[in-house]
Design a protein around this ligand. Structure first.
Ligand SMILES: Nc1nc2c(c(=O)[nH]1)N(C=O)[C@@H](CNc1ccc(C(=O)N[C@@H](CCC(=O)O)C(=O)O)cc1)CN2
Ligand SMILES: Nc1ncnc2c1ncn2[C@@H]1O[C@H](COP(=O)(O)OP(=O)(O)OP(=O)(O)O)[C@@H](O)[C@H]1O
Length: 188
C-alpha cells in the first residue's frame, strides 16, 4: 500500500467494493448494534446520517430503530460549491437519486438546522488518529468547518483502518470511529 492520499483512497475503495453483500450486511449489523448502545444515540433526539452508497456501512437498521424510538433522522443533500445540508426523512419513500447516484431527501423535506445532533460519517479510509478521507470532494470537511460543534462519529469496516493518514489543513478529525471489531475513541 502506498501512503499517497489519492492511491490510498482508491485502494481502499477497491477493497470495499470487493466485499460481498453478505459481508456488508453482517458487518453493518454489528456496527449498528454498537451505535445503538452508545449514550449519544440514546440521548439524541435527532441524528444526522447518510444513505448508503454501494458497499458503505449500511445504517438503515439504525434509522428504523431511531424512528421507532421517536428520534428524527436527517440525511444530506448536496448543493453548489461542494456544500451539503441535512433534511429530515421519516420514510425511505422520501428519497430520490441525486448527485453521484446518492439517494437524497426530496425537495419537500424540511431542512434540519445544525445544532447538537451527532453526525454518523462515512469515508473511504480512516486513521486511528481520527483522520479521514472521503471521496475527495470535501463535502464533510466543509460542513464540519461551518458546524464545528457537532460530534463526528465515523463508521467503517476494520479493513478501512490505517495507523494514520497524511492530512491537509481542511481535514476534520473524527471523535470516534466504529468498526465491526473495535471502537476508537479520541475523546473530546
Ligand atoms: N452515502 C453517502 N452520501 C453522501 C456522501 C458520502 O460520502 N456517502 N457525501 C460525502 O461527500 C456527499 C456526496 N458526495 C459524493 C461525492 C463523490 C462520490 C463518488 O465519487 N462516488 C463514486 C463511487 C465510489 C465508490 O464507492 O467506489 C462514484 O459515483 O463513482 C459520491 C458521493 C453527500 N452524501
Ligand atoms: N473548509 C474548506 N474550505 C475550502 N476548501 C476545502 C474545505 N475543506 C476541504 N476543502 C477542499 O476540498 C477538496 C477535497 O477535500 P478532501 O480531499 O479532504 O475531501 P474528502 O474529505 O476526502 O471528501 P468528502 O468529505 O467529500 O467525502 C480539497 O481540495 C480541499 O482542500
Amino acid at each position: 500500500m502506498e501512503t499517497n492520499p489519492k492511491s490510498f483512497r482508491k485502494e481502499h475503495l477497491a477493497i470495499r467494493n470487493a466485499m460481498s453483500e453478505k459481508e456488508v450486511a453482517e458487518k453493518s449489523g454489528v456496527i449498528v448494534k454498537r451505535l445503538l448502545q452508545t449514550g449519544w444515540y440514546q440521548n439524541a433526539q435527532e441524528i444526522f446520517a447518510y444513505y448508503p452508497l454501494k458497499n458503505e456501512v449500511d445504517c438503515r437498521a439504525l434509522f428504523l430503530q431511531a424512528w421507532s424510538d421517536g428520534k428524527k433522522i436527517a440525511l444530506p443533500r448536496t448543493r453548489e460549491e461542494n456544500q451539503m445540508d441535512f433534511y429530515y426523512i421519516d420514510d425511505f419513500m422520501q428519497l430520490k437519486e441525486g448527485a453521484f447516484h446518492v439517494m437524497e431527501p426530496m425537495e419537500n423535506c424540511v431542512r434540519a438546522v445544525p445544532d447538537k445532533q451527532p453526525v454518523i460519517v462515512p469515508g473511504s479510509v480512516f486513521g486511528r488518529d481520527g483522520s479521514r478521507y472521503g471521496y475527495g470532494k470535501g463535502y464533510y470537511d466543509r460542513f464540519f468547518a461551518k458546524n464545528p460543534k457537532l460530534k463526528r462519529y465515523a463508521v467503517c469496516y476494520a479493513n478501512q483502518l490505517e495507523e494514520s493518514l497524511v492530512t491537509d489543513i481542511y481535514d476534520v478529525e473524527m471523535h470516534e470511529i466504529y468498526t465491526e471489531t473495535e471502537v476508537i475513541r479520541k475523546g473530546v
